[in-house]
Design a protein around this ligand. Structure first.
Ligand code: SF4
Length: 379
C-alpha cells in the first residue's frame, strides 16, 4: 500500500530535509550523561551505525554545552538536535553547535514568569535563525503548559493541540518557517488523536511522531506501532522516534524498529493488535536520556516488569521515569509511579508521593502498594 501523500512543507535540519515528499526520517536520542564524553561519543557511534538520521542530545548546563562542543568537533557531519527542557536561555550557546533545537512549551511557562511566553519563544527563535537551526515545538501531555491544562482539563488532547497551534502562530508571526511540531503521550490512542486533530488544522506543518515513555520491548514497540500504523498510513508524520527503554549499547534498536515499522506500512503489512492488548497491566517507562539520575534505571524497569508479572490481568498502570525533570509530572496519571533520583527512588500513588526508597528497597515497597491496590478491588 503506497503511503498517502504528505502535504507538509519541507524544512531543513542541517543536510537533512523532512516534510513534503522527503523520506520519513528516523531519529533517536543519546541516553548517556552528556558530559561523559566517552560514553556519549560511543552512543552517537551506536546510533550512527544503526543509521539514525538525527541524533538528539540533552543540554541542561554550560558544562553540557562545553561537552556538546567537543562532541560536535568529533562528529562534524552528524545531524544533531538538542533538547532544551528547563534551560531555554542556553539556546544562543547551543544553536551554533547543532542543527535543530527542541523546546517544550510546558517548561517555558515555569521560567522567568515576568516575561511573556512570546518573549521567551522569540529569544529561542532569534538564536535558531542566526545559526540556521530548525526548531521543534515539542508538546508532551505530561508536561503541558498549566494554562492549557486548566482550560482544557476535560480534554487534555485538545489542550495539547491548542498549545501547539498557538506556538505555531507565534513562529509564523515571527516569520520563522523552519519548524516542526510533536504531540506526544504514553498512550497510543491519545497520540493518534492529537496528531490527527493537529494535522487537520495545520496540514502544512511537518510532524515528528512518537509515543513517549513507550517502555520496554516488546510492549513499547507494539504501543508505537499502533500509533504509527494509524498516522503514517493516513499521510501524517514526517519524522519518527521510537522511545524504548534499552541498555545504551542496544539503543540502535530504536532506529531498526522505526525503519521496520515504516517498511511494513509502505508494503501494507499491518500487525493486527489483539483486542484486549493493554487491557491488563500497563507498564510505561521513559527511554532514558542524559538526564537519567542513576545507571540502574533500565535494570530497575526490567525488574519492575518481572516482579509485577503476577498482576498482568489487572487494569493498572505503573510508570517508571529516569529523572526529576519529567518524573514527577509524567507519573501523575499512573496508579503507581516511580521516578529516580541519584540514590533514591520516589514512589507515588497517582499524584500522592508515598516516600523515597533506596534502589534495594523500592521493589519490595512497590509490590506492597500493588498488593494493596489489588486487595482494594481496584483495577
Ligand atoms: S524522564 Fe528524565 S531520564 Fe527519562 S527520558 Fe525524560 S528527561 Fe530523560
Amino acid at each position: 500500500m503506497p503511503e498517502k501523500h504528505r502535504p507538509t512543507r519541507k524544512i531543513s535540519i542541517g543536510s537533512l530535509q523532512i516534510g513534503g515528499d522527503s523520506p520519513l526520517a528516523v531519529q533517536s536520542m543519546a541516553a548517556t550523561q552528556t558530559q561523559n564524553l566517552e560514553a556519549t561519543a560511543r552512543q552517537i557511534e551506536v546510533l550512527e551505525q544503526a543509521g539514525a538520521d538525527v541524533i538528539r542530545i540533552a543540554v541542561d548546563s554550560d558544562a553540557d554545552v562545553a561537552a556538546l562542543q567537543t562532541l560536535r568537533e568529533k562528529f562534524p557531519n552528524a545531524v544533531l538536535s538538542v533538547d532544551l527542557q528547563e534551560n531555554y536561555k542556553l539556546a544562543p550557546k547551543v544553536a551554533p553547535l547543532v542543527n535543530k533545537v527542541r523546546y517544550n512549551p510546558g517548561h517555558l511557562f515555569h521560567l522567568e514568569k515576568d516575561k511573556s511566553i512570546r518573549e521567551k519563544v522569540e529569544f529561542i527563535i532569534d538564536a535558531a535563525r542566526a545559526h540556521g537551526c530548525a526548531i521543534r515545538i515539542g508538546v508532551n501531555c505530561g508536561s503541558i503548559d498549566p494554562d492549557y491544562k486548566e482550560k482544557y482539563k476535560d480534554d487534555l488532547v485538545e489542550g495539547m493541540v491548542r498549545c501547539a497551534v498557538d506556538h505555531c502562530q507565534i513562529l509564523d508571526e515571527l516569520k520563522f518557517e523552519n519548524y516542526c511540531v510533536s504531540l506526544k503521550d504514553s498512550d497510543s490512542t491519545k497520540v493518534i488523536d492529537a496528531n490527527r486533530r493537529f494535522a487537520k488544522e495545520r496540514p502544512d506543518v511537518p510532524l515528528h511522531l512518537g509515543v513517549t515513555e513507550a517502555g520496554l520491548p516488546p510492549e513499547g514497540i507494539i504501543k508505537t506501532r499502533i500509533a504509527f500504523e494509524q498516522l503514517i498510513s493516513a499521510g501524517i508524520g514526517d519524522t519518527i522516534r521510537v522511545s524504548l527503554t534499552l541498555p545504551n549499547e542496544e539503543k540502535g534498536q530504536e532506529i531498526d524498529v522505526g525503519r521496520e515499522i515504516i517498511k511494513d506500512i509502505e508494503e501494507g503489512r499491518f500487525r493486527s493488535v489483539p483486542e484486549n492488548f493493554l487491557d491488563g497491566l500497563n507498564i510505561i517507562a521513559c527511554p532514558s536520556c542524559s538526564r537519567v539520575e542513576n545507571d540502574k534505571f533500565v535494570e530497575l524497569a526490567q525488574e519492575v516488569r518481572k516482579i509485577t508479572a503476577y498482576a498482568e490481568k489487572h487494569r493498572l498502570t505503573i510508570a517508571i521515569m529516569g529523572c526529576r525533570v519529567n518524573g514527577p509530572g509524567e507519573t501523575d496519571d499512573a496508579d503507581l509511579g516511580l521516578w529516580c533520583g541519584p540514590s533514591r527512588v520516589n514512589l507515588k500513588k497517582g499524584t500522592e508521593t508515598l516516600g523515597s526508597y533506596s534502589y534495594d528497597d523500592i521493589l519490595t515497597q512497590l509490590k506492597k502498594e500493588l498488593d494493596l491496590i489489588i486487595a482494594s478491588g481496584a483495577g
